[in-house]
Design a protein around this ligand. Structure first.
Ligand code: PH4
Ligand code: ZN
Length: 308
């Protein structure tokens, strides 16, 4: 089937009280691992790319690969722009066939974020493209950050309500304690679940958790065993993800876990078999390992088995 908009996928998730994974892809093997897992688990999924991914792989390559991959499948997939920062990149993605875009104006003052986001909503409506936007800043809520600074960075529920009303977006990315990358927390993971619940009650639209990778200690240990330097890497554990879903999160962004899994698998194969130089034998096991981790996520998020 063709790509679908993310709004329809996420509204189903809200109804069914589960979340859908949005997996960042940068090349063919990562895409194939998402597709393979979704087919195996009969799970909907969002395939997302950033401007960095587009610069790396090329818009034409990415879009052609994704469209080809989903065409013969009976699983709903959306192709989503992650963290689009400018109107021009949103326009280019819509023109290329994306079915969902994020406009990230979280670095702007509130009114400017609203104005930019409204422009994207206006552009997308007639084209059946869904829009995600963000307010608040993604950063951890460590103990050594002052209360004022914490409050300033996290999404304010009342502001979120105004933002949603004034923009008409389909999904809202919220800052509730997570951050991008492999070093999210210095000790225990801390998410502001009450804030998620409050934002959900006031906005009533699908909420998105960025920076949601778990940074599995087993994967980190495997990568470290074969030479990686990842001291202090720490993510959002599976039980925290489950709780966040129960409070209203229904789109979950995963990139770092795929990067770590990919790296650990490649480091291992190169270390245990120094005679290998066929790229297929190097990247192939990494593709399989990523597929396994994505299946685990789909089970955890509750999206497995949702496609009849
Ligand atoms: N993302 C991924 C952002 C990736 O520019 P880039 O391609 O490096 O950006 O939006 C996430 O929320 C991923 O969260 P994670 O780091 O916890 O996986
Ligand atoms: Zn993000």
């Amino acid at each position: 089937m063709s790509l679908v908009d993310s709004k329809s996928i996420l509204l189903e998730a809200v109804k069914g009280k589960y979340a859908v994974g949005a997996f960042n892809i940068n090349n063919m093997e990562i895409l194939q691992s998402v597709i393979d897992a979704a087919v195996d688990r009969r799970s909907p999924a969002l395939i997302q790319v950033t401007e960095g991914a587009i610069e790396y792989a090329g818009m034409d390559y990415l879009v052609a690969m994704v469209k080809t991959a989903v065409l013969k499948l009976k699983i709903p997939f959306a192709l989503h722009l992650d963290h689009g920062k400018r109107l021009e990149i949103v326009e280019a993605c819509i023109k290329a066939g994306f079915t969902s875009v994020m406009i990230d104006g979280s670095f702007l003052p509130f009114e400017e974020n609203v104005a930019l986001t409204r422009k994207v909503v206006d552009l997308s409506r007639s084209r059946q493209v869904s829009v995600e936007a963000e307010i608040g800043r993604l950063m951890g809520i460590e103990d050594d950050i002052s209360v004022d600074k914490k409050e300033a960075s996290l999404t304010d529920p009342q502001e979120a309500k105004r933002f949603v009303e004034e923009t008409g977006i389909d999904a809202l990315a919220v800052a509730v304690g997570t951050s991008h990358g492999a070093y999210k927390f210095k000790s225990e993971a801390k998410l502001d679940y009450d804030r998620i619940e409050a934002i959900q009650k006031l906005t009533g639209i699908p909420l998105v958790l960025h920076g949601a990778s778990s940074v599995d200690p087993e994967v980190v240990n495997k990568a470290t065993k074969y030479g990686a330097e990842l001291q202090g890497a720490r993510g959002v554990p599976p039980e925290s993800i489950k709780k966040a879903i129960s409070k209203g999160i229904c789109k979950i962004n995963i990139d770092t876990d795929l990067r770590l899994t990919f790296t650990a698998a490649i480091r291992k194969i190169l270390a245990i078999d120094p005679s290998i130089f066929d790229p297929r034998k190097i990247i192939g096991p990494a593709r399989e390992a990523m597929s396994e981790i994505i299946k685990f996520k789909m089970d955890l998020f509750g999206s497995s088995g949702r496609v009849r």
